[in-house]
Design a protein around this ligand. Structure first.
Ligand SMILES: Nc1ncnc2c1ncn2[C@@H]1O[C@H](COP(=O)(O)OP(=O)(O)OP(=O)(O)O)[C@@H](O)[C@H]1O
Ligand SMILES: [Mg+2]
Length: 259
């Protein structure tokens, strides 16, 4: 059985509004897939359907299928909480829990999942997750200090540590560097390159250089006009998308002619 993500004929609604229309795509395991496209074309909306975060918005729903390892995440009897454990998410603004220490932040997702773990297992998990997020050396002497006391780039890596602590298979990242300076951005990009050995990564970015640097495959979404649904225009190997895309709209977007 394949452990790629297979999206088929997905329509995504907010109430009556069709926000994203008829997307089919395959997301390869242990690789980085970038979503690009102009504001409002539905990149975040589509990303959130990959771990069933979309439906937490009242009236929001989907038609179609999102299959992982051959199982439709929207099938009968599938627990959305279990889906979100398998498919973690990192947001645009680093959002560590402000009242929690660095250590408690790393463990927050694990505790939410009602896992009971011994103190020494917890310590091991905190260290492994912080090492995985390339943050351990910077925080190992202040694990009991508040997560909110870190720099923006460190907070984003803390959020990545929190996401990987629950051992997901997939990491969704919605513009994870847009609030960061160039140095922190490069740190996150290096981290993404390391994480793809273990995780399937999907990243939304407005930064074309970033998409070209970090991703293996790129999907371009576009929108025909206000009130119209976003659509997937094309998806290909990143090198091909940036050198010889097959659609004129992709060419126009990546060369900065619109969006
Ligand atoms: N909670 C919501 N309720 C209703 N409509 C929404 C909601 N969130 C997004 N939309 C609409 O869905 C469409 C797609 O929005 P989305 O945020 O997915 O775009 P995006 O491609 O991520 O844009 P950006 O690049 O600006 O982040 C837009 O028309 C937006 O107004
Ligand atoms: Mg967005």
């Amino acid at each position: 059985m394949s452990n790629r993500i297979d999206v088929k004929d997905l329509n995504i609604y907010y109430g009556d509004f069709l926000a994203v229309q008829d997307v089919s795509m395959a997301i390869e395991p242990k690789s980085v897939t970038a979503f690009i496209g102009p504001s409002g074309c539905g990149k975040s909306t589509f990303l959130r359907t990959l771990n069933r975060m979309h439906e937490v918005i009242p009236g929001a729903r989907v038609e179609g299928t999102v299959a992982m390892e051959g199982v439709d995440l929207y099938g009968n009897g599938v627990d959305p909480v279990a889906v979100r454990r398998q498919v973690g998410m990192v947001f645009q603004r680093p959002n560590p829990f402000p009242t929690m220490s660095i250590k408690e932040n790393v463990l927050a997702g694990v505790k939410l999942n009602n896992k009971r773990i011994s103190r020494s297992d917890a310590n091991d998990l905190v260290e492994a997750s912080l090492r995985g997020a390339n943050l351990w050396n910077e925080v190992k002497d202040r694990l009991d200090r508040p997560g909110s006391g870190l720099s923006g780039g460190q907070q984003q890596r803390l959020c990545i540590a929190r996401a990987i602590a629950v051992k997901p298979q997939v990491l969704l990242m919605d513009e994870p560097c847009s609030a960061l300076d160039p140095i922190s951005t490069l740190a996150i990009e290096d981290l993404i390159a390391e994480l793809k050995d273990e995780y399937t990564i999907v990243i939304v970015t407005h930064n074309m250089q970033q998409a070209a640097r970090v991703s293996d495959r790129t999907a371009f979404f576009n929108i025909a006009g206000t009130g119209k649904p976003g659509r997937l225009i094309e998806m290909d190997d990143t090198a091909t998308m940036f050198s010889s895309p097959s659609q004129q709209a992709t060419e126009d977007y990546i060369s900065g002619r619109f969006g």
